[in-house]
Each structure stands twice: as C-alpha cells, then as structure tokens.
Design a protein around this ligand. Sequence first.
Ligand code: 3PG
Length: 306
Amino acid sequence: MKILVATEKPFAKVAVEGISKVAEEAGYELALLEKYTSKQQLLDAVADADALIIRSDIVDKEVLDAAKQLKIVVRAGAGYDNIDLEAATEHKVVAMNTPGQNSNAVAELALGLMVYAVRNFYNGTSGTELKGKTLGIHAFGNVGRNVARIAQGFGMKVIAYDAYCPDEAMTAAGVEPVHSAEELYKSADIVSLHIPATAETKGSINYELLQNMPKGGILVNTARKEVINEDELIQFMTERTDFKYVTDIMPASDLKMQELFSGRYFSTPKKMGAQTAEANINAGIAAARQIADYFKTGNTRFKVNK
Ligand code: 3PG
C-alpha cells in the first residue's frame, strides 16, 4: 500500500515526519512530491498511489484518470473545492477532508490581518483599535468560531451570519446571530469571510452586498478568492475610498488593486492561513490516520463525496 503526499505548498518538516510515522506504523510505504512545478509531475507520481494526501492541490478528472490504483484522497484541510468530487465518485475514490484541524491557524491570521488594517498597514500613522468594534463573521464554521473566540479576547462585539448554523450555537459562544448577509454587512465595522467556495457562494460578495458596509469598513478574506466578485469589489473600492480589503488569497487583479488602492489593500503573496507547524501537524497526521482507518476499518466519517 502506497500513500503519496503531494503538496505544491509543502507541510512543515515535523508534519511530514509525523505522517511518515503513521504510515510506517500502519505498514504503508510513503512517497513525497513537494513544490512540484508542473501537472505532469503530479500525474506521474499518482500512477501507483493507493492513497493521496493533498492541500490545495488540484485533483481533477485528469489526475484521477492517471491514478489507476487510487482508493482514497484526503484533503489535509477544510475546503475541498480543489477536488472534482463527481469524478472521484465515478472513479470509486473516496474523498475526505480533515475539518477543524487547521482552523485556529487561519483564525489567528484573520485577526492579524485585522490589526494590520486598522493600524494602517504599519505605516506609522495613527490608526484605531479593535476593542469596542463590531466584527461580522460570515459563516460560523470551525474557522468562524475560532475567529469569534479570539476577537472576544480583543474586546470586540461579535455578530455572525450562517444560514446553516442554529442561533443557539452562536449564542452559546457569546456571538449575536443575525439573519441575513445584508444585516451582517450593515452592522459590522469589519467583516471576516469564512464561507466555502460553492456554486452558491462564488461571486456572492458583490457590489450590492458591500454597499451595506458602514464608513471605514474593512473586509477580511481568509476563505477563497472565488467568493469575491472582483470586478464589483474594484468598482466598490473606487467609489468608497474609506474602505479597506485585506486578503490571504491573492486576487486575479492584484497588481491593478495595488496601484488603485495603495494604503487600503493588502494580499499575502501565497495563501498562508494554514501555514503553521501546528496546523500542518494536525491536518497532515489526521489525513494519514483517516487513510489508515479507512483501509483497516472502512471508516468514512469524513467522506465528502457520494
Ligand atoms: C483550507 O481549506 O484548509 C485552507 O484554505 C488551507 O489551505 P492550504 O492547505 O492550501 O494552506
């Protein structure tokens, strides 16, 4: 049995060591493909893999066609929009994620981006504090909950909107539920995005929604770039010179936005929310354990395809 770890953006070394230990204990061979620069390298590497661990690496029909022995692919992380789930099902490949394992890391970065934005990107001028401000959490999943917990430590008022989460789960966490995205954007000084990229959410953060944000509003995106309607964000930011956008997922129009919105736009060069040793260890080892458990007991608890 061979497990391939294919990570264009590698895990921390300690995480790879942990994955390797789990594989060894289970009696499996481990192969590593890191920092690959062409799809062909991935296609070659998957040819004899029984199991695959990935991060944001694309697993589409072509990859699945090439992976003749593949039985399971685990996305070491939360979002699985990089896996063609229908194709996986057609190829009789089980797809899983490792929910919650990297969420604290992403949440800490979201707060870091907020501090960076309210302190004017550390340019030495007088900024504002997070204390006393209202934070709107768009989707109250694993990351959203961690963001709420940390923001409360900063003394922020936290409100959240999530069509799929009961109010009680929010109130139990000291978070005020609101019942529409419009209400969230209207009531928050800062909105932090934690929605997955789905057919329903893609392009949903648009001009009309952003218009609800109060003067001096800040949008923080540690989720996915696809949820933003970029053209409309640019239109909105052109009109609303008080508005800031900080993101961990570089927009397609990054250069244009740097030029147009200097001092109120920032993107990390490469998505780094989950790029911590702790998150890599948690998500990577969980992925390896889920694979061993699936092969040994048939456990499909974290399966995301049909
Ligand atoms: C996730 O969905 O788990 C995060 O976006 C992290 O993605 P990454 O593993 O590519 O850093």
